[in-house]
Design a protein around this ligand. Structure first.
Ligand code: C2E
Ligand code: MG
Ligand code: MG
Length: 495
């Protein structure tokens, strides 16, 4: 009995222990399975993360990091190089048509570039409209791919915004010295920028030359000087008169920037204005030009000279949302009227119909600023577009004036612009008038105002005052009579 009782108890205990062991085993297996599942998920996540780190989500191509890794692999395998592809006007396209369309363009370009790759090559999307192709082989292999990519990109495609033809500037760099390893993309990128400027002649594919890096360094120093000159207010304004074509009296003055570099001497605005734009310095500089022109105009007004003052507005300034507010504030501060202040905007800039530029024109119209279309005749504007602009003045490009006496074409173009101005109720100004013959031809054509070295080179505000008042020095510019602006009724109440 005792034995039986013991057996029952021990059997019961064994049963309980077995159950407990089974539960423990199950729990352990569940934990193992859970941790195996987590580690698998972690592996998936980390490989996805690694892929994301190397890849570009929009195009499925490699990104910069992935390209660096691919180039490391190629470097150990033999000769290779990089082709950088810069899509032309990508930023403008994005500003004009928005993110969705620019993403479409990037995906299309990625697909086409991908289709040009030879075996062993790979493509990456670096940023914005910039791509890079890593290609095994020498210079001729790389050039062959670049040319094929050029043709592929240029195939027209029908898009939501009409027919689209992609163009690009391309730079080619082959791996050379071991110390240049890691700088291949940078070199190809420099060459692509160079291709974009057209400095290497025809064609948009440029092969890297070590001189480019030297130039880029020199430019960086130059830019630094410009930055300092702007900060230290070392730039100054000269003024060039516009004269009435009938009476030859001064009606207005155009402000032109000057930079006297301590080593390089006079640097032309045609050189440093685009540099300032590219470096994001034009905002500050442009504001100073507006402020200073208003200050000078107010001085002239205080002397009883109601001269219209003109400033040149750059492409990037047209994209500033508060440009017109700034002009309005300056005019208010110096007590000047908006229709006495001319904004000269080149035809090519005026025809860039971005949303911000259109809004800027609208604000100019509602403030009543005097708008002039500069360098007219070179920008292919349509009549319809021209009529929509709030412009009151066309300035015939200097190139046509220079050829006036010798070229029938130049005479026809100048005469057509004068007729166009009359038809659209716009005044026509001829710039760059240098000879008596040009002056007479323009007068005969019915041009309204003239500007050029024949009358005066750009001079300081004080020299201009002296010239108008007839107090200029013997070696200074010749004295010219002054007349009020042609473009408005000038009554005493306007003073
Ligand atoms: P622009 O506004 O078309 O100015 C006319 C240019 O022609 C000026 O050159 C002027 O000095 C020059 N010029 C005037 N009359 C004659 C002439 O009879 N013969 C010749 N050969 N040249 C003449 P500059 O001062 O070198 O300016 C070049 C361009 O730089 C300007 O062209 C304008 O687009 C830009 N610029 C100048 N100042 C500024 C500025 O303050 N802001 C901006 N955004 N651009 C400026
Ligand atoms: Mg101008
Ligand atoms: Mg001009």
């Amino acid at each position: 009995m005792k034995v039986a009782a013991f057996d029952e108890v021990s059997l019961g205990l064994i049963g309980v222990s077995l159950m407990a062991a089974l539960v423990a085993l199950l729990l352990m297996m569940r934990e193992r399975w859970k941790s195996a599942r987590i580690s698998h998920q972690l592996q998936v996540v980390s490989s996805e993360k690694r892929a994301l780190e190397r890849g570009d989500a929009l195009t499925g191509l490699l990104n910069r990091k992935g390209l660096d890794m691919a180039l490391d692999v190629m470097a150990s395998a033999g000769p290779h190089g990089v082709v950088v592809v810069l899509l032309d006007h990508y930023r403008r396209l994005r500003q004009a048509f928005g993110q969705e369309f620019s993403d479409f363009v990037i995906k299309l370009a990625a697909q086409r570039l991908g289709s040009c790759l030879p075996p062993g090559a790979t493509a990456a999307h670096l940023e914005g409209g910039e791509f890079a192709l890593a290609i095994p082989g020498g210079k001729s292999d790389l050039l062959e791919v670049a040319e094929l990519a050029f043709q592929q990109l240029a195939l027209p495609v029908q898009s939501a915004k009409g027919q689209l033809i992609l163009a690009a500037s391309m730079g080619v760099a082959t791996a050379g010295l071991p110390e240049d390893r890691g700088r291949l993309i940078e070199f190809a990128s420099l060459a692509a920028e160079r291709a974009g400027t057209g400095l290497n002649g025809e064609g948009k594919i440029c092969v890297y030359d070590p001189a480019f890096a030297e130039e880029a360094r020199a430019q960086a120093f130059f830019l630094n000087d410009l930055r300092e000159a702007i900060e230290n207010k070392q730039l100054r304004l000269l003024f060039q008169p516009k004269v009435d074509a009938q009476s030859l009296q001064i009606t207005a003055a155009e402000a032109l920037l000057r930079w006297q570099h301590p080593v390089r001497g006079n640097v032309a605005p045609g050189v440093f204005v685009p540099m300032a734009e590219a470096a994001g310095l034009m905002g500050v500089l442009g504001r100073w030009v507006i402020e200073e022109s208003c200050r000078v105009a107010a001085n002239w007004r205080a002397m009883g000279l109601r001269m219209r003052v003109a400033v040149n507005i750059s492409a990037l300034q047209m994209q500033e949302e508060d440009l017109v507010d700034h002009i309005a504030q300056c005019l208010g501060r110096y007590g000047l009227q908006p229709n006495r202040f001319t904004c000269e905007i080149t035809e090519s800039v005026a025809m860039q119909h971005t949303a911000t530029a259109t809004a800027t024109f609208e604000r100019m119209r509602s403030l009543g600023l005097h708008v002039s279309i500069d360098d007219f005749g070179t920008g292919y504007s349509s009549l319809a577009a021209l009529r929509r602009l709030p412009a009151s003045e066309l300035k015939v490009d200097r190139a046509f004036i220079a050829d006036l006496e010798h070229s029938e074409d130049a005479r026809s173009i100048a005469a057509s612009i004068v007729s166009l101005g009359k038809a659209l109720n716009l005044k026509v100004v001829a710039e760059g008038v240098e000879t008596q013959g040009q002056c007479e031809l323009l007068m005969m054509m019915g041009c309204d105002e003239l500007q050029g070295f024949l009358f005066s080179k750009p001079i300081s505000a004080d020299e201009m005052t002296g010239m108008i008042k007839g107090t200029s020095q013997d070696d200074g510019p010749e004295s010219l009579p002054f007349s009020e602006s042609l473009f408005m009724n000038t009554t005493l109440s306007n003073l």
